[in-house]
Design a protein around this ligand. Structure first.
Ligand SMILES: Cc1ncc(COP(=O)(O)O)c(C=O)c1O
Length: 374
C-alpha cells in the first residue's frame, strides 16, 4: 500500500453527533441555492464527459474572482487532486518535496505515495506555528522541486501574508529557479464576520501554483470541485494530460452545481462567516473558562484551531482517558497525530455544528476534563 493509514478517514466513515473534528463551514443544502432558472437548466443537463481543463463558464467566473485568465485555471476534483497533480507533474525520480508539519495529512502522504522524498519543516505550538523563512531556505536543496505552503494552515488556522509568500517566491526564483511554490489557499475565504478576506496569490508569479476549492468556505465538500492556477502553460498542459489519464474529467453535474454555488457565494459566505464568528467567540470564552487545563493558538481564518492539553494538567494516561471519554460521550475530536502533531494537541472545528450543538459539546468537554483531572 502506497499510503499510510491515517485515522482522519474516520471523518468520512464515522460521524458522531457532536462533531468537533470537522474543518469545514456548515454543509450547504441544495435548497439554499435552488431557483427556477437553476432547476430549468438542471433538468436539461447533458451528462457527457467534461473537458480536460473543466467547465469554461466555471473557469471564467473563477478567473474574474481571482483576477487571472481563465486559461490559467484547471478545475480539479477537490483541492486535494490539485495537490496530487502538482506533485505528479512537477517532480521526477529522486526529487524532493518540502512542506510544513502539522499539515493536512494527504499533502504529506501524497509525497511518499507518489514516490518522492519528503522533507518536513516542523512548525510548533510554542512558536504560534509561525514559519521561519531562514529555516525554510536551510531545508531546500538542489533536488527540491516543489515546496508546499498552506495559508490558512490546517489544522492551525494561521496565515502567511501575501508579502511573505512573494518574498519566498522571489528568493526561490533567484536561488532555486527549478523549484515551484505551491500555495494551498483552500481556507482563504473562510473568514469570520466582516473580517476582510486574505488576498490570493493566484497569478502572482510564474513559479507559484495556487490551489483551492469550494469545500471549506462554501460548505460543499461533497461536490468535489477545486481548481489549480498557474501561468506556466507547459505545466498546465501536463496537468490536463495527467487529469485525463486518471479521472478523465470532472463530473459535469458537479461543475454545473458549482457554477450556481459561485453565483450565490455572497449569500453563502454571509451566513457562514456570521456563524464562524459566533463559533470563534464561543471558543474564546470556553478557552478562558478552562485555561487551567488547556491553551490554544487563536486562528486567523478557517473554522478550526489547535488546542493543547497542558502538561501541568494532563499526564499520558490522562490524555488517553481524554480521547476515550470524549468518544464515549459521542464527541468527535481530531487527534493532533492525524496532522503529524503531538497527541497532546487536538484540532477543534467550531464552524461545522450549530451553535447549540457547539455549546453542548464544549460543556460536555469541560465535564469530561473535570472528571479526568480532579
Ligand atoms: C489544507 C487543505 N488542503 C486541501 C484539502 C482538500 O480539500 P478538498 O479536496 O475537499 O477541496 C483540505 C481538506 O481538508 C485541506 O485541509
Amino acid at each position: 500500500m502506497k499510503f499510510p493509514h491515517n485515522d482522519i478517514i474516520s471523518l468520512l466513515d464515522e460521524r458522531l453527533e457532536l462533531n468537533l473534528a470537522e474543518s469545514t463551514n456548515q454543509d450547504l443544502v441544495l435548497r439554499e441555492i435552488w431557483d427556477a432558472s437553476f432547476a430549468e437548466s438542471l433538468i436539461d443537463l447533458k451528462l457527457e464527459y467534461g473537458t480536460s481543463a473543466g467547465n469554461e463558464q466555471l473557469r471564467s467566473l473563477l478567473a474574474t474572482k481571482l483576477d487571472v485568465h481563465k486559461n490559467d485555471l484547471v478545475i480539479t476534483n477537490g483541492a486535494v487532486f490539485g495537490i496530487f497533480l502538482s506533485i505528479l507533474c512537477l517532480c521526477k525520480e529522486g526529487d524532493e518535496v518540502l512542506t510544513v508539519q502539522p499539515n493536512f495529512p494527504p499533502t504529506m502522504d501524497l509525497i511518499d505515495g507518489l514516490g518522492f522524498k519528503k522533507k518536513i519543516l516542523k512548525l510548533s505550538f510554542e512558536e504560534n506555528y509561525q514559519l521561519n523563512e531562514e529555516l525554510l531556505f536551510d531545508s531546500i536543496s538542489a533536488n527540491t522541486k516543489l515546496i508546499i505552503l498552506v495559508t490558512p494552515l490546517n489544522p492551525t488556522g494561521t496565515v502567511l501574508e501575501k508579502d511573505q509568500i512573494e518574498d519566498i517566491a522571489n528568493r526561490l526564483e533567484e536561488e532555486y529557479p527549478n523549484c515551484t511554490l505551491l500555495v494551498d489557499e483552500t481556507y482563504r475565504e473562510a473568514t469570520y464576520g466582516n473580517h476582510s478576506v486574505y488576498p490570493t496569490c493566484s497569478g502572482l508569479k510564474s513559479n507559484i501554483v495556487t490551489i483551492s476549492s469550494l469545500s471549506k468556505c462554501h460548505g460543499t465538500p461533497g461536490l468535489r470541485i477545486g481548481w489549480l492556477c498557474s501561468t506556466n502553460s507547459s505545466f498546465l498542459q501536463d496537468v490536463k494530460t495527467a487529469k485525463m489519464n486518471t479521472v478523465i474529467s470532472n463530473s459535469v453535474l458537479d461543475e454545473f452545481v458549482a457554477l450556481q454555488v459561485l453565483k450565490r457565494e455572497s449569500d453563502i459566505f454571509r451566513t457562514r462567516r456570521i456563524h464562524a464568528a459566533e463559533g470563534l467567540r464561543r471558543m474564546e470564552e470556553w478557552i478562558k473558562r478552562n485555561e487551567n487545563w488547556i491553551e490554544w493558538i487563536k486562528p486567523q481564518a478557517g473554522a478550526l484551531c489547535c488546542v493543547k492539553l497542558r502538561e501541568s494538567a494532563f499526564d499520558e494516561d490522562q490524555i488517553s482517558a481524554f480521547y476515550s471519554k470524549t468518544r464515549q460521550a459521542g464527541i468527535q475530536i481530531a487527534n493532533g497525530t492525524w496532522f503529524g502533531e503531538s497527541h497532546r494537541i487536538f484540532r477543534l472545528g467550531f464552524g461545522y455544528l450549530s451553535i447549540d450543538k457547539l455549546d453542548k459539546s464544549l460543556i460536555k468537554l469541560t465535564e469530561i476534563v473535570s472528571e479526568i483531572v480532579s
